[in-house]
Design a protein around this ligand. Structure first.
Ligand code: NAD
Length: 523
């Protein structure tokens, strides 16, 4: 196997870059933790941690700033997002360095995050005014009852984000919350804190009032409860196991939460697929961020008639993936982000192989490139009873299965408790849409892996089953951060019997009226 490689060269970030960013975090009350670059092992920082008092201060400051921010016209808030969009694109080299250094991913995968944030900033700046306009629905008595449905921001939204897509997941969910008039308290993962701190810095330079977007630092299991205890809404991205804890804590307080959780996503290659294109794009769908992408594909179902061709072409592409570190666009795939991720990948692959699976490509850690590198890996012969048959690996590992028909492929694809994303390959996109509609997933991409649905910022994405409950993107991605308030004005007289009318006559009159409205099919 001939995966081209390049030795790790990315150093830690210069302290002249990271130290000033720490001013954007409310932290220092708890002992600092050391954070290291996954590719080189170089220390990034002694990262200060937030105490309960720090968290309290962050929420107080955010709450104070939110009152004034919510009174600003939506167009002013949207203008901040537009300027932020421009800064992210203009300063992408800095943020790409930070994302790569903190996560170990390749630059091309880090760029996906820049594009995602720019897309969401532009989109929500454009649609916020329309989404937040007060609505005038029909009243109880047409002409006599005026109803206004107003949108009120929740207040202070907690955005608890993981380490795998630290820019996209910390920022793209915060932007709609902010433009809707909320404040945000971010709890980025310790491993990728500087990405979020840079984004807050950039937003302040774009005109966001200082204090409106706060950051607290700490392990989720240590400070998560303290954050949720003070929030008006929680936006959480991470594993399904942690999602259950967040849901319980939010439920206890009767606040809403949006949970974007794990996936075990299927890619279906139907009999009439453009096999070469499918094999080429499946590479990106399976190995973006070394498979540490919630949307990425871990299962491929290929129709018998094209199975051999697909497998041959797919493996050819896999073997040409250039693996390595470096703060440049020279490599296709980078490192895993942590020892924990590497251990999971090794355990899943070793377990499958020990139980009879076949490795068609990869299957090895690459300590010669950096401590957490693992080759893009393709398995066949994966069966129930092997850990990775059902469990999310969240690494560069994909299993290929045969499918005898569309029906068979759909059935196998749905044999999971997850339901985040799916991909269907076919030249008959009409049939593709019909197949897609039968797959239990919050998004299905036809002739794409994940970017068609994910990149369509006006359409919601999110999970079914244990993949989550909330939605990001689309109107849902903003409206989850507001409460509606209905204000009804009754004109002329209240809704009671006319003077001298008995309650019984009133009931009969109303019955006639209700019947008439149904006959006329009035809402
Ligand atoms: P994890 O649940 O262990 O950790 C994720 C984040 O949650 C971390 O930052 C962690 O600090 C925090 N956390 C842990 N316990 C917490 C608690 N009690 N309160 C608050 N925060 C807490 O998951 P992981 O394995 O590190 O991350 C990968 C998982 O995230 C995968 O399952 C992946 O599919 C999922 N994910 C989902 C999406 C999505 O959009 N659906 C996106 C990215 C990642």
């Amino acid at each position: 196997m001939t995966i081209a490689t390049q030795p790790a060269t990315s150093d830690a970030l210069p302290s002249s870059l990271v130290q000033p960013l720490l001013a954007n975090a409310v932290a220092g009350g708890a002992p600092a933790v050391e954070v290291f670059a996954p590719v080189t092992g170089a220390k990034i920082a002694d990262l200060p941690q937030s105490s309960t008092q720090d968290i309290e201060t962050a929420f107080e400051t955010a709450r104070h700033a939110q009152r004034e921010w919510a009174r600003r016209p939506v167009r002013e808030r949207a203008a901040v997002l537009r300027r932020f969009h421009d800064i992210v694109l203009a300063e992408q080299n800095i943020i790409l360095d930070i994302v790569q250094t903190e996560t170990g991913k390749s630059r091309v995968h880090a760029f996906d995050e820049v594009a995602d944030v720019a897309t969401n900033a532009r989109h929500y700046a454009a649609v916020a005014g329309r989404l937040l306009t007060t609505r005038r629905p029909r009243g109880a008595l047409p002409g006599l009852t005026r109803v206004d449905v107003r949108h009120r921001p929740k207040g202070v939204v907690a955005v608890i984000s993981p380490w795998n897509y630290p820019l996209a997941l910390a920022v793209s969910d915060a932007l709609p919350a902010l433009v809707a008039g909320n404040a945000v308290v971010a709890r980025p993962d310790n491993q990728t804190a500087f990405t979020a701190l840079w984004a807050i810095d950039a937003a302040v330079r774009a005109g966001l009032p200082r204090g409106l977007w706060q950051a607290v630092l700490g392990r989720g299991s240590v400070i998560g409860g303290e954050v949720i205890a003070r929030a008006d809404y929680v936006d959480y991205t991470g594993s399904s196991a942690t999602g259950r804890i967040i849901a319980q804590q939010a439920g206890e307080r009767l606040i809403g939460c949006s949970l974007e959780l794990g996936g075990k996503n299927p890619l279906l290659v139907l009999a009439d697929a453009d096999v070469s294109r499918a094999a080429e794009i499946a590479i990106r769908a399976c190995f973006a961020s070394a498979g540490q992408l919630c949307e990425s594909m871990e299962r491929i179902y290929v129709h018998d008639s094209v199975y051999d061709r697909f497998v041959t072409e797919f493996i050819e592409h896999v073997e040409n993936i250039k693996l390595g570190g470096g703060l440049n666009f020279d490599n296709d795939m980078g490192s895993l982000t942590s020892r924990r991720q590497l251990d999971t990948v090794v355990a899943h692959v070793d377990d499958a192989v020990a139980k009879g699976a076949t490795v068609l490509a990869g299957g090895r850690a690459r300590p010669d490139l950096g401590p957490y590198f693992y080759e893009p890996t393709v398995l066949t012969g994966v069966r129930p009873g092997m850990t990775l048959y059902r469990e999310e690996t969240f690494g560069p590992v994909v299993s290929i299965y045969r499918a005898h028909s569309d029906e068979d492929a759909i059935e196998q694809a749905n044999d999971t408790a997850y339901g985040l994303n799916a991909s269907v390959w076919t030249k008959d996109t009409r049939n593709g849409r019909a197949v897609a509609a039968r797959i239990n997933a919050g998004s299905v991409n036809i002739n794409e892996g994940f970017l068609a649905a994910w990149g369509s910022a006006d359409a919601p994405v999110g999970g079914l089953g244990i993949s989550g409950t909330g939605r990001r993107h689309g109107p849902e991605g903003l409206l989850k951060y507001i409460d509606t308030q209905t204000i009804a004005v009754q004109r002329v007289r209240p809704i009671v019997p006319l003077p001298g009318m008995s309650e019984e006559t009133w009931a009969k009159t109303m019955t006639l009226l209700l019947g008439l409205m149904n006959t006329l099919r009035q809402k």
